[in-house]
Ligand binder design. Structure first.
Ligand SMILES: *[C@@H]1O[C@H](CO)[C@@H](O)[C@H](O)[C@H]1NC(C)=O
Ligand SMILES: *[C@@H]1O[C@H](CO)[C@@H](O)[C@H](O)[C@H]1NC(C)=O
Ligand SMILES: *[C@@H]1O[C@H](CO)[C@@H](O)[C@H](O)[C@H]1NC(C)=O
Length: 316
């Protein structure tokens, strides 16, 4: 869930007569380290496309993110303001949105760079991950959705890529489950065993209904846990195209290829006018994934495969 960001800025050639309006392509990759791309000195992870951008453009060697977490750092990136100013920071609670039904998000009063460019006549798109909220009051207001923050087009994840979205990839809720379900279950089991033993030894006359209530409590806890685990992926892991759900649950099959192709289509569609494209890569945040062409091909396991595929997406 930690998301230091790598930002690449590509300025396309100026469009037409004065005053020239450059195109903007911003590429963001969660969790990619400064030591990963070849242009920053890595000799075993292959990132030829990023390296080429660095070689033909400029390479910056100092970057300060406003936060090491997805939601607050994105709020800062989109607005140029400290995330605490938009209410997108938290010191004591989980600092990111984990559920698509969260009612929080980037307030409508915040001005994003996409809004400014849209007002200047730019075609604007965000492809990939958003993670700054969707709705305020009901499922039709879209008050925090990219379309309410200056993006004409959105295709991607409204929330984030979580391990729980990929079967077999583990859970970000493991600690909460241990604390809220497994620990109480252990207490219940201990209570049942103790009361049972006392009754068997005839040391305490424990009425039968007490056992029934304790067993029901344990069953309810287990039931809630199973319900949560069963429904998380279908309910929270989905792709949207503009304001409609386009794939639910999300499939990781060729996900990078699908999003990169869509980004390329957006660029072609708007070749004749100034545009802003924010490509907010799903890789290399966990759940780690890679398509058949990249899986098992890097020297750095699943992480390296994902990073090399992300670089391929940059080249697309
Ligand atoms: C290259 O990247 C991999 C994967 O993150 C890392 O394990 C390795 O240490 C890096 N190499 C260098 C020289 O930084
Ligand atoms: C959803 O909320 C908005 C804003 O509060 C309101 O205008 C709209 O009527 C609501 N829609 C539904 C279907 O409740
Ligand atoms: C993914 O892309 C590969 C290569 O283009 C293709 O052969 C394969 O059928 C695709 N898989 C899915 C599930 O779309």
């Amino acid at each position: 869930m930690r998301c230091p960001l790598l930002l690449l800025l590509v300025l396309w050639g100026a469009q037409s007569r004065a005053p020239p309006k450059p195109n903007f392509v911003l590429i963001m990759a969660d969790d990619l380290g400064i030591g990963d791309p070849g242009c920053y000195g890595n000799e075993t992870l292959r990132t030829p496309n990023i390296d080429r951008l660095a070689k033909e453009g400029v390479k910056l060697t100092q970057h300060l993110a406003a936060s090491p977490l997805c939601t607050p750092s994105r709020a800062a990136f989109m607005t140029g303001r400290y995330p605490v100013r938009s209410g997108m920071a938290s010191q004591t609670r989980i600092g990111v949105f984990l559920f698509s039904a969260s009612s929080g998000g980037l307030p409508s009063t915040e001005v994003t760079f996409a809004r400014l460019l849209k007002d200047q006549g730019y075609a604007t798109a965000l492809i990939g991950k958003w993670h700054l909220g969707t709705h305020c009051h009901n499922t039709s207001d879209f008050c925090h959705h990219p379309s309410s923050h200056g993006f004409d087009y959105f295709h991607g994840l409204p929330v984030t890529n979580l391990r729980d979205c990929k079967p077999g990839a583990g859970s970000v809720f493991a600690q909460a489950i241990r604390l809220l379900v497994l620990a109480p279950l252990q207490v219940l089991a201990l209570a049942l065993a103790t009361l049972g033993a006392l009754r068997w030894l005839r040391l305490l006359l424990v009425p039968g209904p007490v056992f029934v209530v304790l067993l029901l409590l344990a069953a309810a806890l287990l039931g809630l846990l199973l319900c949560f685990l069963q429904s998380f992926r279908p309910l929270n892991c989905f792709l949207m195209r503009d304001r409609a759900v386009s794939q639910q649950p999300l499939s990781y099959d060729n996900l990078t290829q699908r999003l990169a192709a869509d980004a390329a289509r957006f660029v072609r569609r708007n070749a004749e006018r100034p545009f802003l494209l924010v490509f907010s890569s799903i890789q290399v945040h966990t759940a780690l994934y890679a398509s058949k062409d990249f899986a098992g091909k890097s020297k750095h396991g699943a992480y390296g495969d994902a990073a090399e595929e992300m670089d391929w997406g940059v080249g697309t």
